[in-house]
Structure formats: C-alpha cells, structure tokens
Design a protein around this ligand. Structure first.
Ligand code: G6P
Length: 634
C-alpha cells in the first residue's frame, strides 16, 4: 500500500510532490511526508528538509506552505499503516541517524526484524516502529563501507549502495532514496510493487501509479521487478537485478490523465453511483450492437476455438471484485454450463487446488494492483508452466478497470471494465463494470459452446440492453428513498443482508459497502442459511435487508424473510413493488426484470443505502478509516 513520488528537475520539488501525492491518496491517507534537497554549492552537501504530518495530505500541504521545503529534488509519501501506528514518527520519509539519507517506501520489508537487530547491535538507534527505517540505516552503512573502499561521494556510489542494500531486503516494495552528498540524484527501485518513471522536459517524476503524472508528462517508463534506476537532471540510468544496464524505449500513457472532480455531488462515491447508467449504456453500445449474438457477440480477446478448449474456470479476486466474481461464477455455471470456482486470491496463493487440465484462470481487480491477486496469478502461471503437459498450460484472463496497471502488464488477455477512474474507496461503478464483463464472458461461452439456444442468448442480450434505462430511473428515484430509510437506521449496530442464488453475492456486497463506509457491523448470508446461526442475532434492533427477485428462489427468499420477521426484525425488501409490500416493513423497490440480470439493479439500492447512512453519520465517505483503494501489500 502507500503511494510514493520522487521528482527531480528545475522547478521547486515540493509543489510537484504534493500534486503527485494528491493523486495517490487513494493508496493510503493516514499520514504523509516529503523530503527535499537544496543544492548549497559545489562540493557542499545539500540541505535536507523533511516535513511530515499525521492525517490527510492537506495537513502536510499546510505544513509545507507555512514552513517551506526548498529544493529542486525530493521524495514524498502517503501512508497506509502496516508496521506502526499512524503517527508522525512513523510517517515517511525515514532517515539514517545523521539525517543524511532519506527514504520513502511502499510495501513491506519482511525480514526487517533481523535487519533491525543486526543494526541495533551495530549501535543504530531506531526512532520509528516501521519496517522501512532499516533501509536508510542500511544504505548509510553501505555508503560508509564504499567510501572506506575508496569510492568518492557521488551518484554512482549512492546507486551501488542501494543495489547492495536491496540484495539484503526480502518482500515486495518500491522505494526512492536521496542522499545529502548527491543533491542532484535520486535512486529508485522496485520489487513486486508498482513504480513508473515519467519523463518530462528536463525533469523526471517517478511514482507508484500513473495518475500522479497527470499534468506532468505522458511519456512513461514502467519499471520491472528487480530494477533500480538512477535519476539525475541529465537522464535515467536503468539497471536490472544483476546490475546490468538496461535500455528500454519509453511508452506513451494512453487515456491515463485525469483530475479528480466531484461535479455537483457531495462525495465521489455518490457521483460514481450516478455514473452507472452511462457505464451500462457504453457497455451495451460497445458490446451488444443490434444483431444476432452469434454474429456480434460481446467482443472478447479470444478466438472461437478457445471457448471450446476450456473445461473449467477458476477466478481469483479480493473484496468487491470477488463479489463480482461470484456473480460471474453463477452466470458461467448456470447460463454457460462451465464448472467455475471463485477463490480469495490471498488464500489461493498458499493453498491452491490440485492442478486441473484445460482451466481458464481469471484475475479480477479493478485497480490491477492488488498484491494478493497479482501474486496468486503469478503463482498459478508458474506452476502451470512447470508442467510439461499442454493441457495444463496457463490460460489467463484479467478483468480490470486500469488497462495500464501491473495486471495488464502481467497478463496478455485483458477485459477492460471501462468504468473510468473511480476515486471513492468503496467500489461502486467498477463493480458494475466487472459484472458486465462477466455477462459478456458468459454470453460468449454459451454461444460458442452452444450450451444455450440462440433464443436464450438473444433474450439475455435484450434484457441487458434494457439495463441502462432501468438504472437511470433507479438512481434517480432511490437517492431520496434510500436517504429516508438510511436516516431511520443510521444508528443501528448490526444489519443482516439476505440474498439467494445470483443475488447472494449482492447481499455480500451490500454488507461490505455498509461496513466499509459507515463502520456498522453487517453480514451477508445466503437466505437459506439464516436459520443455521444468524437468526440468533435477530430482534427488533437488527434490520434485515432481503433481496427478493422473482425467479427460481423468489418464494424461498420470501419464506426466509418471514422467518426473520417472526423474530421481530425490521424487514427491508429489495424487491419489485407489487410482490413484497405485505411482508416487508419498508421497500427499496426495483423494477421487475429477469432474475439473471437482476444483480445489475439490486446492487444500486445497497450502494445508496450505505452511502446515505455514512453521509448522515458525517463520516468520510470517500476515504473511510483504515482502508485504501489499492492494496499493494500482502
Ligand atoms: C480494497 C478496496 C476494496 C476493493 C479491494 C480489491 O480492499 O478497499 O474496495 O474491492 O481492495 O481491490 P481490486 O483493485 O483488486 O479490485
């Protein structure tokens, strides 16, 4: 997690660092810091200024505005605490004992305990609780050794020191280093954490993610694992893990530039919920133009034979993406007839199922940066490549909203969810985009494998074409409805969400949304499971939100809801108006649509209900406590 930025050029570094960090705040926002180096004169060490503040970036901005941070070179950090509480002393940059070396890091140094012990034995005193602090001390020690070996204090020596230190580090990380003795050089390095260098006019900006480059440059050089780069005003020197110089042509950032803008909405999350009808419309226009599905099936990056060569699918994901994957699995199994399993990526990486032949592995991650998902996919690719039998060869597909992300670089076949940059930490419109991707996939599998008749496929396509209009009226009408209901339940302690079949994952997603932004305890259950435990929690203080859509489990869900009502629970129905009004105490009505497409609609009342509860409680909806949008640590 965390976001790092480094900049070197002819302009003042601090405003550029703050601008970059602002775009990276989605990666963590519990504290922030920067360090700049000012050149004082030939053969003189530079002046190192380090500013840190607890809380949001705005606190650091005020501090820098008041106290200044001079220099044309610097490094910055926005933190999501892993080791050590979010306090100023744990905020980056961290320095060595003499404040001559400063470091920012994103990731986790897994062997920091043993390194720290070793340094403490050498007499080093630590001032933070972080894993990162070992790095400046180690670099400082290597610089001393190198100078004792006769090397002079120049950028080549700094580079060498960093190269030696990263050989001692274990874990996934990206880091940037400055040294007072080289006030015109920055060294950056990455290992399994993203880092991209932007090439401006006589200046370079290196960051964890491309949004930090907005307004700076579109020419980029994404770094590869194990690489180290030396940035000076003269250019970039790139080295691989073995220390061999690398030559790579920079690429052009496509469509990556954006500036966060809330329009007239109070929060990004609300704006993003309201963008969903447009996203649906775009998907329909792009993938379901008029015509028979066999002639114009949803455009996907595979040829026909691919669909016939797959015997089963496994999907790896985390958080909201995993809920989209569960809807996807339902579609792929129940509509397209392919056995499909969904795994938490964090579990899969350490306990994968035995290798099965002819398996498509799908990684779903809106950010394309989630460490567990990327690592699980890498592990799966490796173990499949190690098998000689072609039936076990890796067949991979990535579903992401960020086509320039690490996922897109790791996997050749990518489905773009096309939802546009999402700022709110709680995913909404990107979830919808992921659902659409799975509808597209299921239609393709069903059509190419002939597991469904043309009529059935056509009917699903037509239903999907109706979604944008339904969504438009839903977001319009439900904003007010959900707000009223949210005010009634704003102080509740627990909420139970029930769903079944294709809407069970929506119950999970409803509960996750509420937990994430309102800090109210919530659980999603398959409605049939209520009686096997959760029913013991129910009384008049526990509202139950039940998703009941006409279809194969409709009556079952209504019966399960009755069971909750009989225990005095306040029952809220996400159900078509006519069907539910006798059972439910309140309604968040949805249009009567086929059960198969209903998750595209039932999720909207969930999102709005959570949003309005959190907003009513005066919480920071877009940047909820303890969370981050992109989770780049394990
Ligand atoms: C974090 C975010 C969630 C997100 C999850 C997976 O936990 O707070 O909103 O669902 O990561 O993110 P991904 O980018 O892989 O979809």
């Amino acid at each position: 997690m965390c976001g790092i930025v480094a900049v070197i050029g002819s302009r003042e570094a601090a405003p550029l660092l703050l601008g970059g960090l602002r775009q990276l705040e989605y990666r963590g926002y519990d504290s922030a810091g920067l360090a700049t180096l000012k050149i004082l004169g030939n053969d003189q060490p530079g002046l190192l200024t380090c500013r840190k503040a607890k809380g949001k970036l705005v606190n650091l901005s005020s501090l820098v505005e008041e106290d200044g941070s001079p220099g044309h070179l610097g490094i910055g950090h926005t933190r999501w605490a892993t080791h050590g509480k979010p306090e100023v002393h744990n905020a980056h940059p961290h320095t060595d004992s003499l404040s001559r070396v400063a470091v920012v890091q994103n990731g986790i140094i897994e062997n920091y305990r043993s390194l720290k012990q070793e340094l403490e034995t050498d007499g080093v005193e630590f001032v933070s609780d972080t894993d990162t602090e070992v790095i400046p001390h180690l670099i400082s020690r290597e610089l001393r050794y190198l100078q004792e070996e006769g090397l002079s204090a120049n950028e080549a020596t700094l580079l060498k020191a960093v190269q030696r230190v990263i050989k001692q580090l274990k874990g996934a990380y990206a880091l940037a280093v400055i040294w007072v003795d080289t006030p015109d050089a920055i060294v950056v390095a990455r290992n399994q954490a993203p880092l991209v260098i932007g090439l401006g006019e006589g200046e370079f900006l290196c960051a964890s993610d491309t949004p930090a480059l907005a307004g700076f440059t579109k020419t980029i050089l994404p770094m590869e694992d194990g690489e180290v780069a030396l940035l000076t005003p003269l250019g970039i020197e790139l080295y691989n893990h073995q220390g061999d110089r690398q030559q790579r042509t920079p690429s052009l950032l496509t469509g990556g530039e954006y500036f966060a803008d809330k329009s007239n909405f109070r929060h990004f999350m609300l704006k993003e919920i309201h963008e969903q009808p447009d996203i649906a419309e775009l998907w329909v226009a792009r993938h379901l133009p008029a015509g028979l599905p066999e002639e114009a099936p949803v455009a996907l990056p595979f040829d026909s034979s691919f669909y016939e060569s797959i015997d089963q699918i496994q999907i790896l994901a985390c958080g909201t993406s995993r809920h989209a994957a569960l809807v996807g699995a339902y579609l792929l199994e129940q509509f397209a007839g392919i056995p499909t399993s969904v795994f938490y990526a964090s579990e899969f990486r350490y306990s994968p199922p035995p290798l099965a032949p002819n398996t498509l592995t799908i990684g779903v991650t809106q950010s394309g940066e989630t460490a567990d998902t990327l690592a699980a996919l890498a592990m799966e690719t490796q173990r499949r490549k190690a098998n000689q039998d072609p039936a076990f060869a890796p067949r991979l597909l990535g579903i992401t909203n960020r086509t320039e992300s690490s996922l897109a670089r790791q996997i050749p076949n990518i489905l773009d969810t096309g939802a546009g940059i999402e700022i709110g930490v709680a995913a909404t419109k990107t979830f919808l985009g992921q659902l659409f991707a799975f509808y597209g996939l299921a239609i393709n599998f069903a059509a190419r494998r002939k597991s469904r008749s043309s009529q059935e496929i056509l009917s699903l396509c037509n239903d999907l074409r109706s979604v944008p209009n339904h969504l438009r009226s839903l977001v319009d009408t439900h904003d007010e409805l959900a707000e009223e209901l949210a005010h009634i339940f704003a102080e509740t302690q627990d909420v139970i969400f029930l769903g079944r079949g294709i809407n069970y994952p929506i119950a999970l997603e409803g509960a996750l949304k509420l937990k994430e932004i309102s800090y109210i305890h919530a659980e999603g259950y398959p409605a049939g499971e209520l009686k096997h435990g959760p029913i013991a929690l129910l009384d008049q203080r526990v509202p139950v939100i039940s998703i009941a859509v006409p279809g194969i489990v409709f009556d079952k869900v209504l019966s399960n809801s009755q069971e909750a009502k009989a225990r005095d629970a306040q029952l809220i129905g996400v159900t078509p108006d006519l069907q539910g009004d006798e059972i439910f105490d309140s309604l968040l009505p949805i249009p009567e649509v086929s059960e198969l497409i209903s998750p595209l609609l039932t999720v909207v009342p969930m999102q709005l209900f959570s949003y309005h509860i959190a907003a009513h409680r005066g919480l920071d909806v877009d940047q909820p406590r303890n969370l981050a949008k992109s989770v780049t640590v394990e």
